[in-house]
Write a protein that binds this ligand. Structure first.
Ligand code: NAI
Ligand code: 13P
Length: 658
């Protein structure tokens, strides 16, 4: 089959058009001898895996091409009915005429139907693997429908056995003559012509009705006939048609289908194997792995193996390779010793090997390394993969600020969500109650990530505000530094409340100014208020800023890098970098005075003004500072009001450079 954006050749497209007219020449429908597409493309697989509604033609759920044939056999009129139904399936006879004619030939009574169902119970008629496939779909929350040109009287027992709700069955309905005296149905008198399935293009009609009544995002039709294949022909129809040849193989259908299967187990297997990869193995990556493995081991949708990228192949713990320890003992001895990362976690320093076959990519390295990581992965990840960033931080390039999720989307060309919240890694690892939000562009992707991270003690809500959630996670690190400074100066809760409230105000203002679609409510979610509280009470930014301020107070100041090494055992302090990055934006746009807390914190951490200036941030008439590199400086201890290194404000007055 030649390449085509939809996966169908031009000839297939033509065939579909002809089939829909109901007037396809028989020899054309016989197919041209081209082998069916039994290997699904990445696009098709992705559609199948993200479907929230799957419609089965009844013909692929039971071992006879159509229940009507079996009923006809039961009534002793098999050959006449078979000839007629084939014509309808192949599109050479008008469907409603066929049905009328078939019923006239079958001419059954309600008793005949009852006896027929007793003699042919559903469990004896089902195709191999259909029970498991429907169960797997329903377990994933996918709505399952059955659509048939046959009759409810025959189909309902099968639907019931398969667990498909009555209202999800679209089929024709027999009309009966009624006995006035007994009130009971007696003989057939045609069929109900108001059902969508009573006409040509009936499958499309049924699917449009389903779509009208339910907001499904992705609908898949599975069937074996030309009328099933029609379902993808209208914008109101299905998004994907999967051809099934386990009972009857119609060559034209087999050739035109974007994916043609002979066994339902193949569809079940394809649902199960979303591969997940983690990029990074810091403390939070380890805590996230601990959550994710609980879900991928329990949910058929995911491959239970999780590949993890370790940045440094030579990283050691007590003389042993870290990669070996993770792969054999399944824990991280430095960051979360003893916390089980899962037996099927495979650590490697080969970034491409870890990421290239993943369907779901989780990013969790320190933010300053994300640009080089995503550049290394350019063109090397699956086009249909989806990503989620757990990274709190941004990059400021020549074009202005870039969030990590934007960087991933731009460099890798894939959708990217974010997971943000008040989430200290060590507490999650201890299974203490926590919550987070997934910021996603669609509800469907949000639900995928909720499935991946949610556990009974880690609640995940979905917000369709990626930028808002990510800005919260990024900017709160600056506020946490401010709170640490207040702690270092020995102040109590009132002062910290002032800083946190002002911090939240500036976070919201900057987020909405840079990204106007950011929602106010996002700031009251776990990513906003929640993370602000967590990080200002328990995070490393607060603790390091407190130590830095105490050192300044003691007259033996230390640099941030020094403290990062001394206090954080290999972890990174990203808030200092974030403060510089944010300040670059504020400065370039002339906004410094509108963000007095952010600006004051940046002046303090760069030693332009003393830590005590945190109390007077409101007086912020901010002097422009000369351009210079952000090299770290060992400050000399100064008291408020004394000279600062370059120039700054304390209580509104500019202090000349020393
Ligand atoms: N630690 C926590 O409790 C939480 C962290 N986060 C976010 O998760 C992200 C990762 O933070 P952590 O897990 O704490 O790790 P971290 O920020 O402490 O960094 C340690 C990790 O950085 C890696 N690393 C060092 N140099 C690197 C390089 N050149 N390239 C790539 N990786 C390198 C190391 O291998 C190590 O695994 C950050 O954006 C952080 O804000 C989010 C929520 C909670
Ligand atoms: O983001 C965090 C908690 O949500 C972690 O905060 P720290 O980086 O300050 O430890």
């Amino acid at each position: 089959m030649s390449a085509h954006p939809t996966g169908r050749s031009a000839a297939d497209e033509a065939l579909l058009a002809l089939a829909s007219s109901g007037q396809v020449p028989q020899e054309y429908l016989g197919g041209s001898g081209v082998a069916p597409n039994t290997e699904a493309s990445e696009h098709v697989l992705q559609t199948w895996r993200t479907a929230d509604c799957v419609c089965f033609d009844v013909g692929c759920t039971i071992t006879r091409a159509d229940g009507l044939d079996l009923l006809a056999e039961f009534m002793g009129v098999k050959d006449e009915v078979f000839a007629l139904t084939q014509q309808a399936k192949d599109g050479t006879m008008n469907l409603s005429e066929t049905l009328e004619e078939v019923l006239r030939i079958i001419n059954c009574t309600p008793d005949d139907v009852r006896r027929f169902v007793q003699q042919h119970p559903p469990e004896k008629r089902l195709t191999k693997g259909i029970v498991n496939l429907i169960k797997t779909l329903q377990k994933r929350g996918v709505a399952v429908y059955m659509i048939s040109g046959g009759f409810r009287e025959d189909i309902m027992p099968i639907a019931k056995y398969l667990g498909v709700p009555r209202e999800n069955v679209f089929a024709n309905r027999m009309n009966w003559q009624w006995d006035d005296e007994t009130g009971q149905p007696t003989r057939l008198s045609g069929f109900d012509e108001s059902q969508p399935t009573a006409f040509n293009m009936g499958k499309i009609r049924a699917i449009s009705k389903i779509r009208e009544d339910h907001p499904y995002n992705t609908v898949v039709m599975i069937g074996d006939g030309a009328t099933d294949m029609e379902a993808v022909q209208s914008s109101q129809g299905a998004d994907l048609f999967i051809g099934y040849g386990g009972v009857v193989e119609r060559p034209a259908v087999a050739e035109a289908a974007e994916w043609f299967v002979y066994d339902h187990d193949e569809l079940t297997r394809a649902l199960k194997c979303s591969k997940v990869a983690m990029i990074g193995i810091g403390p939070f990556a380890c805590a996230a792995i601990h959550l994710v493995v609980q879900n991928i081991e329990a949910d058929d949708q995911f491959d239970p193996c999780l590949k993890v990228w370790v940045q440094d192949p030579l990283d050691e713990f007590e003389g042993r390779s870290l990669i070996d320890i993770v792969n054999t003992e399944h824990h991280h001895p430095k960051y979360l010793p003893g916390v089980h990362l899962g037996d099927k976690v495979i650590a490697s320093s080969d970034l491409e090997w870890v990421a290239s076959d993943a369907d779901v990519l989780i990013f969790c390295p320190p933010h300053q390394h994300m640009q080089s990581i995503t550049r290394r992965l350019m063109g090397k990840v699956k086009r249909e993969a989806v990503a989620i960033s757990l990274v709190k931080g941004m990059r400021v390039g020549r074009d202005g600020p870039q969030l990590v999720s934007q960087m991933i989307r731009k460099n890798l060309g894939i959708d990217c969500s974010v997971l943000m919240g008040g989430n200290v890694a060590s507490e999650i690892a201890k299974r203490e109650l926590s919550e987070a939000v997934v910021g996603a562009n669609s509800r469907e992707t949000g639900q995928l990530f909720r499935k991946l991270f949610q556990t009974p003690y880690f609640n995940v809500d979905i917000v369709q505000d990626v930028a808002g959630a990510e800005m919260c996670g990024t900017l709160k690190n600056i506020v946490a530094l401010a709170v640490g400074i207040v702690d270092g100066l020995g102040c109590g809760c009132n002062a910290k409340a002032v800083i946190m409230r002002q911090g939240l105000t500036e976070m919201r203002k900057l987020s909405k100014t840079l990204y106007p679609n950011v929602r106010n409510e996002t700031f009251f979610e776990s990513c906003g208020l929640g993370d602000m509280i967590t990080t200002c009470l328990g995070g490393r930014h607060r603790a390091t800023a407190e130590a830095w301020t105490r050192a300044w107070k003691s007259g033996a100041p230390k640099t941030w890098s020094q403290l990062e090494v001394e206090l954080l055992s290999g972890q990174k302090l990203q808030g200092v970098g974030t403060s510089n990055e944010v300040q670059e934006v504020l400065r370039a746009r002339g906004w410094e005075a509108s963000y007095p807390l952010f600006t004051t914190v940046n002046r303090i951490i760069k030693n332009y003004i003393p830590p005590t200036s945190i109390f007077t941030f409101r007086d912020g008439v901010i002097l422009p500072l000369p351009d210079e590199d952000d090299e770290e400086l060992i400050p000399t201890r100064r008291t408020p009001g004394q000279h600062s290194r370059v120039g700054s404000i304390v209580s509104g007055s500019a202090i000349p450079a020393s």
